[in-house]
Design a binder for this molecule. Structure first.
Ligand code: DC
Length: 224
């Protein structure tokens, strides 16, 4: 069973996907973490982030391992755990270069499908999971939320890490990421035609998880 959850930055996808996966005893595929891991590797290798060739070279020369765990997905690069490092704001800001490289995207989509083959049930979260990576997924969700609400949520996460910022700057950064996610030619951010769109602006994480769970149960009982 494959469930996809796509949506813009700070729409609550990751937390919801992780919790939904836990409730369904499924594995969580955090595809944003894959883009982040390649970004981290490319920066570490000192390559030109605007060069698709150099990015691909980095991917060829690096061993990545993505493991589903209760707390989320663990990421290893050449045997070293980089799960925390890839959340650095510097990586967040630079990931758009990898996301904008068609050859890197193709390679990552292959890795995502391979992950799905090796796991019975997955909840895959990202921008293009229902449209490109898994067009035949069993259930597709698209989560949205107002920009103000998303900025508030992101600010809360940053403050929890002791990295408080001005709300307007957070908002600007999200808008910039939204724009580059929507405008790229390959795997742009958009809802699949058959996705269920859920506006999370006025919902708590638990309410969103319950809502999605209800759709999954309905679908499963309809298929029986
Ligand atoms: O969801 P996130 O913030 O961890 O994503 C990190 C970056 O990767 C962000 O720039 C969007 C991009 N991304 C993508 O292009 N396609 C995906 N399936 C997942 C993430």
């Amino acid at each position: 069973m494959i469930i996809t959850i796509d949506g813009p930055a700070a729409s609550g996808k990751s937390t919801v996907a992780r919790k939904l996966a836990a409730k369904l005893n499924a594995d969580f595929l955090d595809t944003g973490a894959m883009y982040r891991a390649v970004t981290y590797a490319a920066i570490k290798a000192g390559v030109e982030l605007t060069s698709p060739y150099q990015i691909l070279e980095t991917m060829n020369n690096t061993q990545f391992e993505f493991t589903s765990s209760v707390g989320g997905m663990r990421v290893q690069m050449d045997g070293v755990d980089i799960t925390e490092e890839i959340r650095n704001p510097h990586i967040t800001a630079s990931a758009r270069f990898i996301a904008g490289s068609s050859s890197a995207r193709q390679r990552l989509v292959q890795m995502q499908r391979k992950f799905a083959e090796g796991h019975g049930r997955i909840v895959a979260e990202g921008r293009d999971q229902g449209t490109v990576a898994f067009p035949h997924a069993d259930i597709k969700f698209y989560l949205t939320a107002d920009l103000d609400e998303r900025a508030k949520r992101r600010l809360g996460e940053l403050e929890a890490k002791g990295a408080g910022q001005d709300i307007e700057r957070v908002k600007e950064a999200i808008e910039k990421r939204d724009e580059s996610d929507r405008k790229r030619s390959d795997g742009p951010l958009k809802a699949a035609d058959d996705a269920i769109t859920v506006d999370t602006t006025n919902l708590t994480i638990e309410q969103v998880v319950e809502k999605l769970l209800a759709f999954v149960k309905e679908k499963c009982s309809a298929n029986q």
